[in-house]
Write a protein that binds this ligand. Structure first.
Ligand code: ZN
Length: 307
């Protein structure tokens, strides 16, 4: 497997929006710069939600402008609706993604929109993206299960993905927003959604490590030909509904697995591990996760990645 895999760092968005502390803009910049220097090629720097709802994301436009100056870095942001999409385009993102909750209850609870209203936002956002030549992805959120509804029907995920494609989605990610996914489910759902929207349109998995299955789920996706995996440095984040639950898939552990397997991530893991210091300094008291940062690299790690 000498395949190119894109590790998309979502910590500055998914991680920071899930914790109470607000990271100062300068620390965010230092984090983004240091990860790019370690070889990370794509970073979701924030989200364009009203600052009154998420003060942690108030400086997203400034971060986009900053990150755009870093050569070779793909700068992406999350947008909740067409209004956010317009702000993202104005700020100069390379790409944006809109979360589309497969659980309608979750969607109504989180953004006060049912599926029909969300499809209208997707269509309007897609048009804004197309006109600006910006990449536009739809994140099929709560695709593996919902903290309110429980099981989410796979047929419904397929049907809603097709509807989003018709509304203008250029690409999809399957998002385990709640940490409910298991590897067999990942395999099944990747196959089903790809059969409906085309293999080239489903490239990304967005994984959480809530129950420790993040890496197993990533591997299941890789075996199906998934080429982009979202993760967060230090597994930053968590779940507002489950106190003590860990957050996103840990970038450091993911990069260790991929590099050791011989995948081409372009990321220097030793340099990446150093970036954690920026997080611990700026977010004192916030738990950081990860096995590799605790255990260190295997003694023969250099030989493994040279193979
Ligand atoms: Zn997430």
């Amino acid at each position: 497997m000498s395949q190119k895999i894109l590790v998309s760092e979502v910590g500055p968005r998914d991680g920071l929006q899930s914790i109470k502390a607000v990271m100062p803009l300068e620390a965010k910049k230092a984090w983004i710069r240091a990860e790019a220097e370690a070889g990370v090629r794509e970073i979701e720097v924030g989200s364009f939600v009203p600052a009154s709802l998420l003060p942690q994301m108030a400086d997203t436009a400034e971060l986009v402008a900053f990150a755009r100056e870093i050569k070779g870095l793909n700068v992406v942001a999350l947008v909740p609706n067409a209004k956010g999409a317009a702000r993202a385009v104005e700020a100069g993102v390379h790409g944006m993604s809109i979360p589309f909750s497969m659980s309608e209850t979750h969607s109504i609870r989180n953004v006060r929109k049912d599926h029909l209203a969300m499809l209208a936002e997707i269509a309007a956002s897609a048009q804004i993206a197309r006109e600006a030549s910006v990449h536009f992805a739809v994140g099929l959120a709560t695709a593996f299960g919902c903290t309110i509804e429980g099981a989410v029907s796979e047929d419904a995920v397929v049907r809603l993905a097709v509807a989003a494609a018709e509304a203008g989605a250029m690409e999809f990610s399957l998002s385990d927003t709640t940490g409910y996914a298991d590897p067999a489910q990942v395999t099944r759902l990747v196959r089903k959604v790809r059969a409906a929207v085309g293999a080239d349109k489903l490239t990304t998995l967005h994984l959480h490590n809530t129950r420790g299955l993040g890496l197993a789920n990533a591997l299941a996706g890789l075996n199906e030909g998934i080429t982009t995996i979202d993760s967060s440095l230090g597994g930053l984040g968590g779940c507002p509904y489950a106190p003590g639950a860990s957050g996103n898939l840990v970038t450091e552990d993911l990069v260790l697995m991929l590099n050791a397997m011989g995948c081409d991530t372009g990321i220097d893991l030793e340099r990446l591990l150093e970036v954690r210091k920026i997080l611990s300094a700026a977010l004192s008291g916030e738990p950081l996760y990860g096995f590799t940062p605790e255990a260190g690299l295997m003694l023969d790690y250099p030989e493994r990645i040279a193979r």
